[in-house]
Structure formats: structure tokens, C-alpha cells
Write a protein that binds this ligand. Structure first.
Ligand code: HEC
Length: 107
């Protein structure tokens, strides 16, 4: 490829990455870690009260969480109520996982 085109292609890719990163309100959270945390500490109770595999609660029509701030607040409440002692960065992992799979807030 001609070097100028190569540069332009590289810049376009860089721009794409930057805009994708901004589309994630929980940048820095690791959804793979969050998934394990949710499976360990959260799913069984949601599944027993809302049925299914425990994810129906995030998808129900009258769900409580309406914004990305609301999601982190809800996770924080559960964390405190359950005495899990998750740190803030761990809450971000969980928020990132729930957002990527269910809530899909982009800001
Ligand atoms: C002991 C049972 C229990 C456990 C454990 C639990 N939850 Fe919940 N959770 C609930 C109930 C009940 C609701 C619904 C509250 C309502 O509808 O008023 C809820 C609601 C939620 C919602 C809001 C869903 C919506 O409507 O948008 C989120 C998010 C959530 N929980 C996250 C978590 C996370 C993260 C954990 C693990 C740290 C967790 N929960 C652990 C019982 C539990």
C-alpha cells in the first residue's frame, strides 16, 4: 500500500478506537471479570425471585435502572447491602458487564 494511504488508514482506525472507547460509560471496567463476579454473587438471588437464568431482571419492561449513573448506583447499593466490600474498580467491572450485555447505555 502507498505510505500515505497507510497513514490515513491508520488514523481512521485510531479514530474508530477512540470513539468506541467513548461509547463505553464504564471505560476501564473489565466485563470478563464482571461476569464472574455477577455469576458468583448476584445471579442466584435474581434467578430465584425473577426466574430464568437471572438476567430477566435486567430486561424487564419496568426495570429500575434507566441511566448509566443509575446502574452504578444500583450496583453500589447491592454491594453495600450484601456486604461484599467490592472496591470502586470492581463495581466498574460489573457495570461494564451488565451494560455490554443488557443495558447498553452509550454514555
Ligand atoms: C438477596 C437477593 C439479591 C441479591 C444477592 C442481589 N440482588 Fe440485585 N436485585 C434484587 C431484587 C429483589 C431486585 C429488584 C428490586 C425491585 O424491583 O425493587 C434487584 C435489582 C437489581 C438491579 C436492577 C434491575 C433493574 O430493574 O434494572 C440490578 C442492576 C441489580 N439488582 C444488581 C445486582 C448485583 C450487581 C448484585 C450482586 C452484587 C445483586 N443485584 C445481588 C435482589 C438481589
Amino acid at each position: 500500500m502507498n505510505p500515505l494511504l497507510k497513514n490515513i488508514a491508520g488514523l481512521a482506525l485510531l479514530n474508530l478506537c477512540i470513539s468506541l472507547a467513548h461509547a463505553d460509560p464504564y471505560a476501564g471496567g473489565d466485563a470478563r471479570i464482571g461476569k464472574q463476579m455477577v455469576e458468583k454473587s448476584c445471579i442466584s438471588c435474581h434467578a430465584s425471585s425473577f426466574g430464568g437464568n437471572g438476567s430477566a431482571i435486567y430486561m424487564r419492561e419496568d426495570r429500575l435502572v434507566k441511566t448509566s449513573k443509575g446502574l452504578i448506583a444500583q450496583i453500589r447499593n447491592c454491594n453495600t447491602n450484601l456486604g461484599l466490600k467490592w472496591f470502586e474498580d470492581e463495581e466498574m467491572h460489573v457495570a461494564s458487564y451488565l451494560n455490554q450485555n443488557y443495558y447498553k447505555f452509550d454514555k
